[in-house]
Write a protein that binds this ligand. Sequence first.
Ligand SMILES: [Mg+2]
Length: 88
Amino acid sequence: MKHEKIYRATLEKWGAEAQYDQAVEECAELIAALKHFKRDRVGEEEIISELADVTLMVGQLTWMLGAEKVEAAIDEKLAKLQGLLDKG
Ligand SMILES: [Mg+2]
């Protein structure tokens, strides 16, 4: 998996609990940035920066919990979405 080496090092250095906390924090920052973006109070660079943070934390947790399991869940959800799209 991409970035696996750094995900492993991060987990070893700070532990699982800190990763869950960091993921919550980064999601909250993205939420706040999106709210400000809608009101033209921040620019696209801010959203991209927060998206990068969240993407990294999603990668970290995905690696910790099992990429195959997350992939299987994604496939299931995409199939459901495709079903909705096909219904019109
Ligand atoms: Mg952030």
